[in-house]
Design a protein around this ligand. Structure first.
Ligand code: FCA
Length: 335
């Protein structure tokens, strides 16, 4: 909603409420119209987070709140984003933190400034490594979605008639991030249950959860295990799997030699599926980034407005998206 339209709405609700309930009610209606929240994300350039912030902003237009979108790429950026929000009179914020161990510091800064905080995607952990119960969370059901990745790869291996002893896995990992650990563990367990050989799984530890970080991590794995001519690639998200696929291409592995399956179902995957010829990126488990953005913002707003504390942990599910069905799935998920 643009400023003049918002002002108009405030003015008209002011008039209506004043007529019905006197001036006290009027000032409350005015305050509700002005409500501002923040939406801070760790990687503002990643399609997933762009969609989340966009959906939250749209929810604000119809729900009469303003969303200030900010980048929190590291601890100090997050702290200044919080200070910035506080100076603007924001009542709280949604955040996907750049490091989940910053949780206690972020929580302290938020409550110190009288703001409420909810996390999205990556859940805060306290000093003992456990989730912080004070901070409601909305994220993917990581382990289950990881299992879907593993199952999809296992099914495709079967379809291609690949024998377990001739296939290696490039498992792109981020051990510091619980979100990543859960998703990757789910995929590994499903693969092992389907007969994949544990000895053929090679780790590629990534420093950042994006394509570049994964590409750098994967290249040495392909270089070191060049005897394998058939590969599977999995990770916490599709950006990382794409990094692995790009690395495999440098070792002359093509669409017929690689099965990469990601998670997210956003622009990075659409671009890959739109290429004229298939690549080693076979599919991705799509989750609605729009729903994550909208729902987390609305949860926060109703907590601030009505004192309704959001559920402690909301977990969303995913749908397999491939070259064949990506447009339909995209449509269904509204992302
Ligand atoms: C993590 C990943 C993102 C996205 C999100 C839901 O934050 O880094 O790519 O998968 O979870």
């Amino acid at each position: 909603m643009n400023t003049s339209r918002r002002r108009l709405m405030q003015v008209s609700s002011l008039g209506a409420v004043a007529a019905l309930a006197g001036l006290k009610g009027a000032s409350q209606a005015f305050a509700a119209g002005e409500m501002k929240i923040g939406f801070i994300v760790k990687m503002p350039e990643q399609a997933w987070f762009i969609n989340e912030q966009k959906a939250a902003t749209e929810a604000g237009r119809s729900g009469d709140f303003i969303v200030v979108n900010l980048a929190g790429t590291d601890g100090s950026a997050v702290m200044s984003a919080i200070d910035n929000l506080s100076a603007q009179g924001a009542k709280g914020f949604v955040i996907c933190p750049p490091d989940v161990r910053l949780g206690p510091a972020i929580y302290a800064r938020a409550t110190g400034a009288n703001m409420k905080v909810v996390s999205v995607d990556d859940q805060f952990v306290s000093a003992d490594g456990k989730p912080m119960p004070q901070v409601p969370h909305l994220g993917m059901s990581g382990y289950k979605i990881g299992q879907q990745v593993g199952q999809t790869i296992a099914d495709e291996m079967k379809k291609r008639g690949w024998k377990p002893e001739e296939v290696a896995a490039c498992r792109i990992t981020d051990q510091e991030l619980p979100t990543a650990r859960e998703r990757v563990a789910g995929a590994t367990d499903a693969l092992l249950a389907a007969g994949f050989l544990k000895a053929n799984i090679f780790d590629a530890p990534q420093r950042t959860t994006d394509t570049e970080g994964a590409n750098t991590a994967s290249s040495p794995v392909f270089a070191r295990h060049g005897t394998f001519k058939k590969w599977i690639i999995y990770a916490l998200n599709e950006e990382s799997v794409l990094g692995g696929v790009r690395a495999s291409e440098q070792f002359h592995l093509g669409a017929d030699d690689v099965i990469g399956v990601g998670i997210n179902g956003t622009g990075a995957a659409f671009a890959e599926f739109s290429k004229p010829a298939p690549t080693g990126f076979f599919g991705t488990i799509a989750v609605s980034s729009a729903l994550h953005g909208r729902q987390s913002a609305m949860n926060l707003v109703s907590w601030i407005r009505d004192g309704k504390e959001p559920p402690a942990d909301t977990q969303t599910t995913g749908t397999l998206m491939t070259r064949d069905n990506w447009k339909q799935v995209k449509e269904q998920l509204g992302s």
